[in-house]
Design a protein around this ligand. Structure first.
Ligand code: IPE
Ligand code: IPE
Ligand code: MG
Length: 252
């Protein structure tokens, strides 16, 4: 697996993205447009996750990263936050055995220290149970923030290299929370907003961005295929000109 940096080397541009990162947005609006409580939208959102994990397996996508709860989502009403935590716990309890049976590796990244000890325990167990699986790596970003990630990585790098004041990308990137994964090829945000909302700030440097108005609970395999089709239309130049790409294609 190519873990190189898109700003240091020119990565291969696979026709099927190897890493898809998704901001799963619009659960609340999915529910309120149906006069349902927001929590119903979150419950439906978990079902959509199940469908997309399956679709990624079928399409041979190797890494799926899902933004489930941001470091800013604590600002929501306490009821909604505790509902989301309960949903997270029940989804872990229900899904991990199935994921394991399907050769899926589960990772949870973010500042987990703010979660209940029992949830932290559940996460650690789920990760270690599935650690050896190789078909698909599903990463749940929970209490994750791109700035948190950059800061924690800076702290670790400074500790690993005491006295140093000049750093290279290669010194830094291994300390990021998702250093085990290549940079995302395709970023998807559902729910109509066109912003990054403090997601993977470092890794999205050369990722193709795709925004759709579909609310997350309605995002299915066909919607994923539409995102992949859009991705396949893109010319990933990584700083070069179109003419250079033609030469590269001729040579290969
Ligand atoms: C995304 O849906 C899920 C989380 C952020 C946990 P939202 O809850 O943000 O849905 P909208 O944006 O209010 O519709
Ligand atoms: C982004 O969604 C975070 C997640 C999907 C977990 P939000 O709904 O919280 O984003 P903003 O607040 O609209 O930017
Ligand atoms: Mg939202």
């Amino acid at each position: 697996m190519d873990l190189s940096s898109s700003t240091q080397e020119i990565p291969a541009a696979p026709s099927v993205p190897s890493h898809v990162a998704i901001i799963m947005d619009g659960n609340g609006r999915w529910a309120t447009t149906r006069y349902l409580p927001r929590v119903t939208g979150h419950v439906k959102g978990v079902e959509a996750v199940r469908g997309i994990v399956k679709a990624c397996m079928e399409r041979n996508i190797r890494y799926l990263t899902l933004f489930a709860f941001s470091s800013e989502n604590w600002r929501r009403p306490p009821d909604e936050v505790s509902m989301l935590m309960r949903l997270f716990v029940s989804a872990l309890e229900r899904e991990v055995s199935k994921m394991n049976a399907n050769n899926i590796r589960l990772k949870v990244v973010g500042d987990l220290s703010r979660f209940d000890a029992s949830l932290q325990e559940l996460i650690a167990t789920a990760e270690s149970r599935t650690a050896m699986n190789t078909a698909l790596t599903v990463t749940i970003c929970a209490n994750y923030g791109g700035r948190w990630d950059l800061l924690q990585a800076m702290g670790k790098m400074a500790q690993a290299m005491p006295g140093k004041t000049e750093f290279a990308e290669q010194d830094f990137a291994p300390h990021l929370a998702m250093s085990y994964a290549p940079e995302p090829d395709l970023f998807i945000r559902t729910g109509g907003e066109q912003r990054i909302s403090n997601f993977l700030l470092w890794q999205l440097a050369y990722t193709e961005l795709y925004f759709t108005d579909i609310f997350w609970p309605d995002f299915d395999a066909a919607a994923l295929d539409a995102a992949i089709a859009s991705y396949q239309q893109r010319e990933r130049r990584f700083g070069r000109t179109s003419a250079q790409l033609v030469e590269v294609r001729k040579a290969s």
